[in-house]
Design a protein around this ligand. Sequence first.
Ligand code: NAD
Ligand code: GLY
Length: 365
Amino acid sequence: MQQQSIKIDLSDRSYAIEIGTDLLGNVANVSDLPKASSALIITNDTVAPLYADCLRKALKNSYQQIECLVLPDGEEHKNWQTLNKIFDALLQNQCDRKTVLFALGGGVIGDMTGFAAACYMRGVPFVQVPTTLLAQVDSSVGGKTAINHPMGKNMIGAFYQPQLVVCDLATLDTLPARELSAGLAEVIKYGPIADMAFMEWLESSMDALLARDRTALAYAVRRCCEIKAWVVGQDERESGLRAILNFGHTFGHAIEAGMGYGAWLHGEGVGAGMVMAAELSQRLGLVDAGFVARLRALVQRAGLPLNGPVLDVVDNAGRYLQLMRVDKKAEAGEIRFVVIDGPGRAVVRAAPDALVREVIDACCS
Ligand code: NAD
Ligand code: GLY
């Protein structure tokens, strides 16, 4: 399979996303790596036994000193304590301003490594090597880095761009099926917000994606990265347009925080959250029932939950509203939702609490 390259155009912060198979073991030839004498691979205890040796060997002619830090796996570890382990390793190994951090893993490793890179010595270079579908189509691209706070998802972080993203599709072979489905949620979102032709392609290609057909995966990763590059190139710091990439996330983040990080996967929250956001769009008179039904069908075929969980048996909608007020899109305590205002188009807007309650009551079980 031919290697494909997509550029994120951000003047002096521009970089390439390289997509292909078996890139990990050949990473020094895939693209120019940041020059330095030392590198730190940051990964977790699930991914390390699978891929850390391969990456380390592939880097050995590019860096004199290569260390590997293995963190505990899981969304519940995306916090200050784990972040501090990265700073400890950087200091213990006398890493300097040029030391390159390699984020080897899914979105949790990518978000934490990126945040550590933004902070250590006020900024060191980092390379994203995403090994989940979700990270390849979304989290490794665009420079959002963060950790969670018990009161809100991704609330502490920074915009900090990587210098290179290397998506090796072969790593997806070892991904558990549940994680593949979670990644498909972020794939699906690009259709309704930006590209109905892509949504149609997904409707006809979902079986191939679930079967991990390399050609289908390569096209999905490429198209998602192209759309994300187009959005991020116009609005790097989310002063407007970029918020559409959060379709389904306002409800989804409430689910993740409300259930306790790790109970629902991020992509599962986004799956059920997109259904809720589509239902809200319909109640606001922006899309018809046919559109909502199409989105529901796609979410279901991807193996994702259609309904959100009950977070509070006494006042479930009230609990969702309380959690959703702690959202980066909220302004002056008013929750703002990404809604679909016509197939392939999204906007951000507030909605009456009563309508949101109606959606939550209809969509949680
Ligand atoms: P994850 O990082 O937890 O990875 C999912 C699971 O798969 C983990 O258990 C991981 O160890 C395992 N894994 C990773 N690669 C594997 C492989 N090749 N084979 C076998 N197992 C593998 O979760 P995720 O879905 O990749 O990312 C979710 C995170 O990304 C959330 O924290 C979310 O907030 C964040 N996110 C960030 C952005 C952004 O723009 N920065 C966008 C979307 C999501
Ligand atoms: N995942 C949303 C964003 O990158 O903006």
